[in-house]
Design a protein around this ligand. Structure first.
Ligand code: ATP
Length: 566
């Protein structure tokens, strides 16, 4: 397929914020995609593979700037200058290539096959000494691009497509194309299939063959599913009301979510809740799984918690979060920052899906295949009861042991991937916290000169389509001067600097990417910020690199919290 056709569709999609219009545009386009071109579905989501695939393009803005300089003959500084003015390197590429083309540069016709195969090559180039090769490859593509093609090439490379297409938009478009007469129920079937195997190109191909084929999609070890999420409750009584009696209570461990997969061949793979493959980062966990889970193939849901290797005390999430992104010294990291795996759900066993079975059956079977080994791999501490008092004692015990609180689970409920349906609840001691994204910052003065030291926080709006973020305050507290456990100014500055899209004086605007957990005393109405609310005495407690942007607090969550505190 011609790459220019895809770019035309990107452009049309970016030109509207209306979901129905996007679906109409996508539906027309999907009709033209034949089986050979099915990987274009990944490109529509700004990627090359299904989300869970470990291979990423991972190109820095610096590399893109150098490639652009090479393709156009314009120097780096001028490109950076334009970028600072416009705030979108994709647009800069479009303008610069347009300028070049006027001077008569030849271009061939790029195809989506070529883009996909070249970018996949790029993803393979890793380590030192590959930067030059990457620049050459990108410059080659840019030289052959029309202006609009260059714009989207750069945006794909930087994982910032800006066309406002989500998985759900594609799902409904597929439904529109193949099951026009009964779109609604087909959308549900497509969603269910996608929940079981989140690979959009595969789902598209199955849909083409009909609903029956979609019905055959099942869990596959190595292709992780999205984690089921929890709703908040304030008391044990409210918990019982929501999930019925008796219920299962489990310690809520303060670590990060890990989906553990083992396929029939014995390959073990580990995924975060963003479906990032972190198998390499956790060689210790891989060996625990081999030793303490007794089954041929499975998919298990768990929470990984750090502990102090000397005192054996459990540590907050922040202390081990650095292991998730680490690329080298992985064995040493495992020693210095040891973890315990707390398993709490079984989603697949020996090829059979368990997600439609009731929780009580899943948890019982899980406990049969696990050999508990403290500080390595254990089943989550659990109490099944209908007695409020006993549940309260269990809650107190969890807090005494430094855990976050309790999870409360409906014994009869199925596992609903990726949804916050209320089959699983969380109960924490009374403090207010929100996960918010940083959209701007200000450089400090005096001791903090050179560091970003005050951060503008935002929640997401509830609108469909392009992610839109609403300011809800500034925070500078809770952040450490020096890097030990916790979040430091240096760390945040290093993370945010490459994301700067505009600067004026000491203020910078950044791409919304870095998520922090914030506690605060109160939410107030405020005309100062675009959300209409402000946080009183906010304080950063953790950097949430495990969380996808789609799961930060929404305006609705803020409104709910505001009403609750009244
Ligand atoms: P929070 O910030 O409160 O942890 P969250 O937004 O990260 O919430 P939720 O799904 O709302 O995630 O809260 C449940 C999380 O608690 C799970 O995602 C999981 O990572 C963690 N957890 C810890 N222990 C358990 C357990 N026993 N069962 C289920 N989830 C658990």
């Amino acid at each position: 397929m011609k790459y220019s056709e895809l770019c035309k569709v990107y452009e049309e999609l970016g030109g509207t914020t209306k979901r129905l219009e996007k679906i109409a545009i996508l539906s027309e386009f999907l009709k033209k995609i034949n089986e050979k071109d099915k990987d274009v579905l990944y490109l529509l989501l700004g990627s090359l593979y299904p989300a869970y695939d470990a291979r990423e393009i991972g190109i820095s803005t610096q590399t893109v700037i150098k490639a652009l300089a090479k393709a156009t003959g314009i120097n780096d500084e001028k490109i950076v200058g334009e970028w600072k003015k416009i705030g979108d390197l994709g647009k800069v590429a479009e303008l610069l290539i347009a300028g070049k083309k006027q001077s008569g540069l030849f271009h061939g016709e790029l195809t989506t096959e070529k883009i996909i195969s070249d970018l996949r090559e790029l993803a393979k180039m890793q380590g030192k000494g590959t930067v030059g090769k990457k620049i050459d490859l990108i410059a080659g593509l840019l030289s052959n691009s029309k202006p609009i093609e260059a714009k989207y090439l750069v945006r794909i490379l930087l994982a910032d497509l800006r066309i406002g297409v989500q998985d759900s938009t594609l799902r409904d478009s597929i439904s529109e194309v193949f099951f026009h007469d009964d779109k609604k129920s087909a959308s549900e079937i497509i969603q269910h299939a996608y929940d079981l195997n989140p690979d959009m190109a595969l789902i598209f191909e199955k849909a083409r063959k009909g609903l029956k084929e979609l019905g055959k999609v099942t869990l596959k070890a190595g292709a992780p599913i999205r984690a089921m999420l929890a709703q908040k409750v304030d008391t044990i009584e409210e918990g019982f009301e929501k999930v019925g009696k008796p219920a299962a209570f489990e310690f809520k461990y303060d670590g990060f979510r890990l989906m553990i997969n083992k396929d029939e061949k014995g390959n073990i793979s580990l995924f975060t809740r963003r479906l990032e493959n972190v198998t390499k980062q956790f060689p210790d966990v891989v060996s625990f799984v081999k030793e303490f889970v007794n089954a041929k193939s499975f998919m298990i849901d768990s929470e990984v918690v750090g502990y102090d290797p000397k005192t054996k005390k459990y540590l907050p999430f922040q202390s081990i979060s650095q292991r998730i992104k680490r690329k080298y010294d992985l064995e040493k990291m495992a020693k210095d920052f040891p973890v315990e795996v707390n398993v709490f759900d079984l989603l697949m066993l020996d090829g059979e899906s368990y997600i439609s079975k009731p929780f009580i059956e899943r948890t019982k079977t899980l406990r049969k295949i696990i050999k508990n080994k403290e500080y390595k791999l254990v089943c989550a501490k659990q109490l099944i009861t209908n007695d409020e008092k006993k549940a309260q004692e269990f809650f107190n015990q969890a807090l005494k042991l430094n855990q976050e609180g309790l999870m409360i689970k409906n014994l009869n409920a199925v596992y609903k991937p990726g949804s916050r349906v209320g089959y699983m609840l969380k109960l924490k001691p009374e403090h207010r916290d929100l996960d918010l994204v940083i959209i701007g910052a200000e450089y400090g003065t005096g001791k903090r000169a050179g560091w970003l030291s005050s951060f503008i926080l935002a929640c997401k709006s509830d609108k469909h389509g392009e992610g839109e973020f609403l300011e809800i305050g500034r925070v500078g507290t809770g952040i450490k001067e020096k890097l030990d456990i916790g979040v430091s100014f240096l760390e945040l500055t290093n993370l945010l600097k490459p994301l700067i899209i505009k600067s004026s004086g000491k203020e910078v605007k950044v791409k919304p990417k870095i998520i922090v957990s914030v506690i605060f005393q109160e939410i107030q109405k405020s005309p100062t910020y675009s959300s209409g609310y402000a946080l009183r005495f906010p304080r950063v407690t953790a950097l949430r690199i495990d969380k996808p942007l789609s799961e930060i607090a929404s305006l609705k969550d803020i409104e709910r919290e505001y009403k609750r505190q009244k």
